[in-house]
Each structure stands twice: as structure tokens, then as C-alpha cells.
Write a protein that binds this ligand. Structure first.
Ligand code: ADP
Length: 298
């Protein structure tokens, strides 16, 4: 459904906001995009709605190549994505019901459909009894739920929520999460940009972590899962680099003994090898390996 195809975005010579970002999203997925401030999350969102163009690479939504989409088709495309922006609030001069009805009116719905869909959306976010209140009369969580209802007005295929639980207490945050889950269960793909560790951990779903413009992990699990994944990967790389060409069984002995540097191997004595239970054949192999290593360094 969505493909970020090796996307790099440079705002200028010095600022690379995204670098070689590559991921795909299937229809019906629920995933988080996490990362520290300045990581490039907002840039990614801007590229998705063609508010910015990539410096290289491309973005595909369904069969649309987003950066090449003619501007006159943009409103139509953006309606297929329901975006709940972090800082765009409900219109203060309209009631909650009017806010949602207005969003439906803008996309050309008839009065009868506006009325029915507004009711349905208010129910989806559990705010039927608040519909006549103005945004300033609603709590933070209710305003956020109202913004989600409004974003759903165009019946989007994908809902994107930027920090939907920011500034909310845990009860309200989990309520928002439940609503997003419900929306996802009805078939809508959901992408949530979040800093909220508890929320991310509760879902046990896909988490794409971006740091310094690069995806550092893309895994199912917890907010911090990437650490384990990354460390594991690094160790393997290091081991492969370090002991390339060495028999697997010897590598395993080293791994158990936490010998992970060539320097440590060079310092092993005959007694050490005995302790590590090296067989005669393994000793010979290692000697050969070490001597090749030393010759290569000459
Ligand atoms: P996040 O949303 O993860 O906090 P952003 O996408 O806003 O990150 O920013 C990524 C990087 O790009 C930051 O270094 C930011 O300063 C820079 N940046 C964002 N927007 C612009 C812009 N319009 N012009 C120049 N640099 C920008």
C-alpha cells in the first residue's frame, strides 16, 4: 500500500533530514514511527502528503507516485490519508458536531450523508454526548478524539496520527489508543508517530525507529526492542569481521568465552586452550588461522 523507496531529503547542503529511508506498509497494518526530536518524522509526513519533495528516491501510495502527482490531484489524494496533525486543532468557533460536519461538507457530501456520517463518527470516538460543545469546553483527550473523528470524515484508507497522545494522562492516552485500534480493526491502515513508551509497548506491534534521518530498526515489539536487535546485529558483524574464515566450532568457543578481539586470541596460551577444551585438530586450525592473520599484517 505504501512504499518509501530509498528516500533522501536534504533541505540544503548541510541538512539531511532523511537518508535512504526504505520501508513498505501493507494494507491494514498498524505501526508506530518513533524517534527523538529532529529525527525526521515530520519530514517523512510532509513527503507523504507532498508538502515537500524528496531529493532522491520516491514514495508510492497504492499506484500513485506521490512526488510526481499533479497538484490539482493533491486534494483528492490527501483525502485518502486522514491526518491528525499535532498542532492543528478543531475550529474554535464551531461545535464539535459542526467541526465534523464541516469537514464532510468541504468534500462535497450531501446534507443527509453529512448528518448520518457525523453521528457515526461521533459514536466511533465516543463523543455523542459532547457534540454541542465548543472545542474550548472539551478536555484535551476529547479534543484529540474530535480531531480523529474529523480526520476520518473522508473515509481514508490510511490514518496518520502525529503524537495523538502527547500531553494526555495515561487514561486518556489509552482511550485514544483503543479508538485507533478500533479504526484499524475496521480495515484502515494506521500510522502513529509517538514518543509515548507505554503506548508503544502496550500495542506489541510494528515499530519503525528513526534516528538522525535513518531507520535504525524496524521490528515488532517494544519501544526499546531496537536496542537488542541492533546490538545483536553488531556483534554478529564484529565477529564475522574479526574471525572471518575461522571454523564455526572455534568461533562458538570464542563466543562463549567472550573472546571477541583478535588481540585476545593472540594472547591465548597453551594452558588457555586446554581450559577452553580445544581438540588437537582445533588447535592446529587456530594456529594456522593466527599465522595467516599475522602474515597478512606484515
Ligand atoms: P522530527 O519531526 O523527528 O522532530 P523533523 O523532520 O522536523 O524531525 O526534522 C529533521 C531535521 O530537518 C532537523 O534537523 C530539522 O532541523 C531539519 N528541518 C526540518 N524542516 C526543515 C526546513 N523546512 N528547513 C531546513 N531544515 C529543516
Amino acid at each position: 500500500m505504501l512504499l518509501f523507496d530509498n528516500v533522501t531529503k536534504k533541505y540544503n547542503d548541510k541538512i539531511t533530514a532523511l537518508e535512504d529511508v526504505h520501508f513498505t506498509v501493507d494494507k491494514g497494518e498498524f505501526f508506530f514511527l518513533i524517534g527523538p526530536s529532529g529525527a525526521g518524522k515530520t519530514t517523512l509526513l510532509r513527503l507523504l502528503i507532498k508538502e515537500e519533495l524528496p531529493t532522491s528516491g520516491s514514495i508510492f501510495f497504492d499506484k500513485i507516485e506521490v512526488p510526481k502527482l499533479p497538484n490539482k490531484l493533491l486534494p483528492n489524494y490527501r483525502q485518502r490519508l486522514g491526518i491528525v496533525f499535532q498542532d492543528i486543532k478543531l475550529l474554535p468557533s464551531k461545535t464539535l458536531e459542526e467541526n465534523i460536519a464541516f469537514a464532510l461538507d468541504i468534500i462535497g457530501k450531501e446534507d443527509k450523508e453529512i448528518k448520518e456520517t457525523t453521528e457515526y463518527l461521533l459514536e466511533t470516538v465516543g463523543l455523542q454526548d459532547r457534540k454541542n460543545l465548543f472545542p474550548e469546553q472539551l478536555s484535551g483527550g476529547e479534543q484529540q478524539r474530535g480531531a480523529i473523528a474529523r480526520a476520518l470524515a473522508s473515509n481514508p484508507e490510511m490514518l496518520v496520527a502525529d503524537e495523538p497522545t502527547g500531553n494526555l494522562d495515561p487514561d486518556n492516552a489509552f482511550q485514544i489508543l483503543d479508538i485507533l485500534k478500533k479504526i484499524n480493526n475496521s480495515g484502515t491502515t494506521v500510522m502513529v508517530i509517538s514518543h509515548d513508551r507505554d503506548i508503544v509497548n502496550q500495542m506489541k506491534t510494528r515499530v519503525i525507529k528513526i534516528v538522525g534521518g535513518k531507520i535504525v530498526s524496524d521490528t515488532k515489539g517494544d519501544y526499546d526492542s531496537f536496542k537488542a536487535v541492533k546490538k545483536e546485529k553488531k556483534q554478529v558483524e564484529k565477529k564475522e569481521d574479526m574471525f572471518e574464515g575461522l571454523e564455526k566450532d572455534i568461533q562458538e568457543i570464542f563466543e562463549k568465552a567472550k573472546i571477541d578481539k583478535m588481540e585476545m586470541v593472540l594472547n591465548l596460551t597453551g594452558a588457555d586452550l586446554e581450559n577452553l577444551k580445544f581438540s588437537k585438530k582445533q588447535k592446529e586450525s587456530l594456529e594456522k588461522y593466527v599465522s595467516n592473520y599475522l602474515n597478512s599484517k606484515k
